[in-house]
Design a protein around this ligand. Structure first.
Ligand SMILES: [Cu+2]
Length: 500
């Protein structure tokens, strides 16, 4: 039983004794299950309407109709506005909105929330002044419906009304109104955003410089973060990481970035393979429904990170907007049997790790660099699932293109049970590789290329050796099929049968 890491990921047919390390991992996993359960209990048992900081100036009684609008407005606000605004919590990318309904005219406010881009384009004097005051960061058009605009204004007018109401009559109103720390149910039709680690372009064979046209689309999507848990991801082409781009030194790339009509926010791309200010971000700030184009020449070989560079940048990156671009040297890379594409990231949710439901992004935790989830290829434990696990045969040479989207944490990349024969440190493909490496450091916005040969069959476990992160979703499997190799590895420890 304890080998069954995940119900959805049955083991391959070859069974073998588990090692001490694997045992450790398995026990850790048991702990996760327990901790997760406790967290959930604590969470669901939490007080309703826990926000009790009620200002005495607020009216104690709110008409039911208004309360509904305020509740909707709070949801709209938490989904669309918290990345840039607080209500009474201080300035973020945009102004603190406490008291904004008192300091601005109602018509101005409704129009501003609906179409700030149009008002800025017209040169509205208040908007222009605000823009200058906030470092020329323009508030995006969030495509809200008139109802949503009205409700968010109702909420901004009485931001603590619900808490007051819940306190005044906890038995009735407290039940039907969303308290500030409840969780919305998981989105029913949320999709898998996990990119299969085998999904990458083949090695380049053309050995003269070429012009390549690449189309990418910024897609915001409700995705599965963990079992029973969903999250609003932002992606390149719908998956995390974005597509791996592959070209040869001397190639030119013409990149077309589309931003879907359905997006809430503008998006852009900064590729570390680019030489020029902003790495592409200057040319590609792309409004909802639009397309931008830029071109660059790949001057230096290497494995580079790309990411969205639209404010709030940590919000966009942590929500999934990163990928790798490989610039092969003129002579190409040495051939190997398998290439895999893996990236590490962090996810900052308001709700603690293990909470079921639709989790919301926490700007505070992103600022504090205090993530709830760590992920390989976008979702918790994704690469342990049968459909996404890496597979090879004994005797094969394996190469992993590994990057850290982050945005904040370095990875101590390690494959339990294997030694990297070659590490292209810092993803430099022109310096000689390091040899015989156990663990390699990869900084945020950085990458590495590792190569090794599999000598012994079984399951190898990809981790960040900052190993607490394993209990927050950061783990992947690599299965090697083939004949046992007792000369290199054998033992007679407890086989599968023992309990916990
Ligand atoms: Cu973005």
């Amino acid at each position: 039983m304890q080998e069954r890491y995940n119900e959805a990921a049955p083991l391959p047919s070859h069974k073998k004794p588990i090692t001490v390390t694997q045992m450790g991992v398995i026990m850790a996993l048991a702990v996760i299950a327990c901790v997760g359960g406790v967290a959930l209990l604590l969470f669901s048992g939490g007080e309703e309407g826990g926000e009790t900081a009620v200002s005495p100036a607020q009216p104690a009684i709110v008409p039911a109709v208004n309360a509904e609008a305020i509740a909707l407005g709070q949801t709209v606000f938490e989904t669309n506005c918290v990345a840039c605004h607080s209500v009474g919590g201080g300035v973020r990318l945009g102004p603190d909105l406490a008291g904004v309904t008192a300091r601005r005219d109602a018509d101005w406010l409704s129009r501003w929330i609906a179409e700030p881009d149009a008002m800025l384009a017209e040169g509205d004097p208040i908007a222009t002044e605000l823009l200058a005051e906030f470092n020329n960061i323009a508030m995006p058009n969030l495509q809200l419906s008139p109802d949503e605009v009205a409700s968010v204004l109702a909420y901004l007018e009485q931001p603590t009304a619900l808490a007051t109401l819940a306190e005044a009559a906890p038995s009735t109103a407290g039940k039907s109104l969303p308290a500030t720390d409840t969780v919305a149910p998981a989105v029913a039709d949320a999709v898998s955003i996990v990119r299969n680690p085998t999904d990458l372009p083949a090695p380049i064979t053309a050995r003269t410089p070429q012009h390549r046209v690449v189309e990418m689309t910024a897609i915001e999507v409700e995705g599965q973060l963990a079992d029973g848990t969903t999250f609003h991801y932002m992606t390149f082409d719908g998956q995390v990481p974005g597509p791996m781009l592959r070209l040869r030194v001397g190639d030119t790339m013409e990149l077309h970035l589309h931003n879907q009509m359905e997006s809430l926010l503008p998006h852009s791309i900064d590729l570390h393979a680019v030489t020029g200010p902003g790495g592409g971000a200057v040319f590609t700030q792309t409004a909802v429904g639009e397309t931008s184009i830029f071109e660059f020449k790949a001057l230096q070989p290497g494995l580079y990170v790309y990411h969205c560079a639209t404010a709030s940048i940590p919000h966009h990156i942590s929500s999934g907007m990163y990928g790798l671009i490989l610039v092969e040297p003129e002579e190409g890379l040495p051939p190997v049997d398998h290439e895999f594409y893996v990236m590490q990231g962090e996810i900052y949710t308001e709700q603690p790790f293990g909470t079921e439901g639709h989790l919301t992004f926490s700007h505070e935790k992103a600022l504090d660099e205090d993530p709830e989830y760590y992920v390989f290829n976008g979702a918790a434990n994704a690469l342990t699932l049968d459909e996404y696990a890496m597979r090879a045969e004994v005797g094969d040479t394996v190469r992993i293109f590994f990057g850290v989207g982050g945005p904040n944490k370095s990875s101590s990349m390690h494959l339990i049970g294997e030694i990297f024969d070659r590490v292209y440190d810092q993803a430099s493909l022109t310096a000689p590789p390091l040899t015989d490496v156990q663990t390699t450091l990869v900084p945020p916005g950085g990458a590495t290329m590792v190569e090794f040969t599999l000598d012994v069959p079984g399951r190898y476990i990809l981790v960040d050796h900052a190993i607490s992160r394993l209990e927050r979703g950061l783990v992947g499997f690599l299965y090697a099929e083939g004949d046992e190799n007792p000369e290199i590895f054998s033992g007679s420890g407890e086989p599968d049968a023992s309990g916990h």
